[in-house]
Design a protein around this ligand. Structure first.
Ligand code: GLN
Length: 426
């Protein structure tokens, strides 16, 4: 496959019937599949075969879906372009010559190219929504606790959720219905029914936005490219014609979201990735009389540059003496962001913004400049910090024909609201 969407193409058959019978659902390569290589896009795990299925994989197979393969991704989910994969970059099938977004770029690409009906990705700071926006498909980041993370190889546990990618809002919602719900193997899962929701997500994709009140956080438009902002307002006009109304709202805490996100994500990553030492997991560093040398060799060989950068920064931010200066401050910012969102959602049914402030980068463009890549996450990371649900739907194109995504954010366990709003556009 010329655009390099899959790391492993190996079909896993599902049950005979169920809501996804006859459908193919590609799975991001950080989600465990029993006996099928699961690499996380890393040389460290190039030959790792998990001994069990992730809960979401079990649910897919029980629902009758077949898994056509494991999709390419930024190494351990660390990236916004799918270029940090040890297995080569994925090209955007909708915008050749450009990145598909990341880190679930392979999942979005195989859906956009029609090589899978739907796909699962993971979203720690935007990794489902960004590639959905860049490839012109739909992606949902569920409320924290709606979908089990059991069998997901962790990057930053307190931020991430597994979420669906599909060509339409209705199909993404169908897939969400299959994977959502409590799991005794993941104590952070919640029963959405106890939060006033129904799990009837596909039925919510009815396009009915009569009376819907949309809040537009001005901070999420400020840094966006002109072509993106124009497309965004055209989409808001369409929603207004369909009976919705909108108001602008200021969330001053959002200015600190990217910084807070990267401190927290890198801190959690440095701790999670400690298990890859060539003894418990990962490529062997050999043994010549000193275990420290052995671990160092394993990690030097197994990890790529972006992963090393984050483990170093995360370890630094958590270390004694710096913990209060960085990690504690980031947690304070996180609490403030959550409070700002709660207040804004008291006055609105959903919030709307461009998913990404920029159109898809050209291949190679952002690799030189990690900061540029981190700043592209300005509109997606706040949602993970606040543990809220969000959807990205295609909103149109820039003048150069590049896809633009629109993001709707809902209250906790308000998936039905964002699905309804999104379905009015796509
Ligand atoms: N781009 C963000 C990061 O690199 C988000 C990644 C993700 O959601 N997995 O951390």
């Amino acid at each position: 496959m010329s655009y390099n969407g899959y790391i492993t193409e190996q079909r896993i058959e599902g049950g005979d019937d169920g809501p996804l019978a006859g459908k193919t659902v590609a799975v991001k390569d950080n989600i465990s599949t029993d006996g099928v290589v699961t690499t996380c896009g890393s040389a460290m795990l190039a030959e790792y075969e998990p001994p069990y299925d992730a809960t979401v994989v079990e649910r897919l197979l029980d629902a009758g879906a077949a898994i056509p393969g494991k999709t390419n991704m930024d190494e351990f989910g660390m990236g916004t372009t799918t270029e940090t994969s040890a297995f080569g970059a994925t090209e955007n099938p909708t915008a050749p010559g450009h990145v598909p977004g990341g880190s679930s770029g392979g999942s979005a690409a195989v859906v956009a190219a029609g090589d899978a009906d739907m796909a699962l990705g993971t979203d720690t700071g935007g990794s489902v929504r960004c590639p959905a926006a860049f490839c012109g498909v739909v992606g949902i980041k569920p409320t924290y606790g709606l979908v089990s993370r059991y069998g997901l190889i962790a990057y930053a546990n307190s931020l991430e959720q597994i979420g669906p990618l599909a060509p339409t809002v209705e199909e993404a919602a169908e897939l969400l219905e299959v994977i959502a719900g409590p799991d005794e193997n993941d104590a952070t899962t919640r029963d959405a029914r106890e939060q006033g929701a129904t799990y009837e997500y596909a039925a919510a994709a009815d396009g009915d936005v009569e009376g819907l009140e949309i809040g537009i956080p001005t901070e999420l438009l400020d840094g966006a490219d002109e072509g993106i902002v124009e497309t965004f307002w055209d989409a808001i006009d369409d929603l207004e014609s369909a009976g919705a109304s909108y108001h602008e709202v200021s969330l001053p805490s959002l200015e600190h979201a990217v910084e807070a996100y990267y401190v927290i994500a890198m801190g959690e990553a440095s701790s999670n990735l400690a298990r890859f030492d060539g003894v418990r997991y990962g490529v062997s560093g050999g043994y010549e009389g000193n275990w420290n040398d052995s671990f160092a060799r394993s990690r030097d060989e197994g990890f790529g540059e972006e992963v090393k950068r984050r483990v170093l920064l995360g370890t630094y931010a958590l270390s004694a003496g710096y913990h209060d200066k960085y990690y504690r401050k980031a947690q304070d910012a996180r609490a403030w962001i959550k409070q700002d969102f709660d207040e804004a959602l008291d006055e609105a049914d959903v919030l709307a913004s461009p998913t990404m402030p920029v159109p898809p980068f050209e291949l190679g463009e952002s690799l030189e400049d990690p900061l540029k890549m981190y700043l592209a996450d300005a509109n997606t990371t706040p949602i993970n910090l606040a543990n809220l649900p969000a959807i990205s739907v295609p909103a149109g194109e820039t003048d150069d024909g590049l896809p633009v995504g629109m993001q709707f954010v809902g209250p906790a366990f308000g998936e039905e609201q964002i699905i309804r709003a999104g379905s009015a556009l796509a």
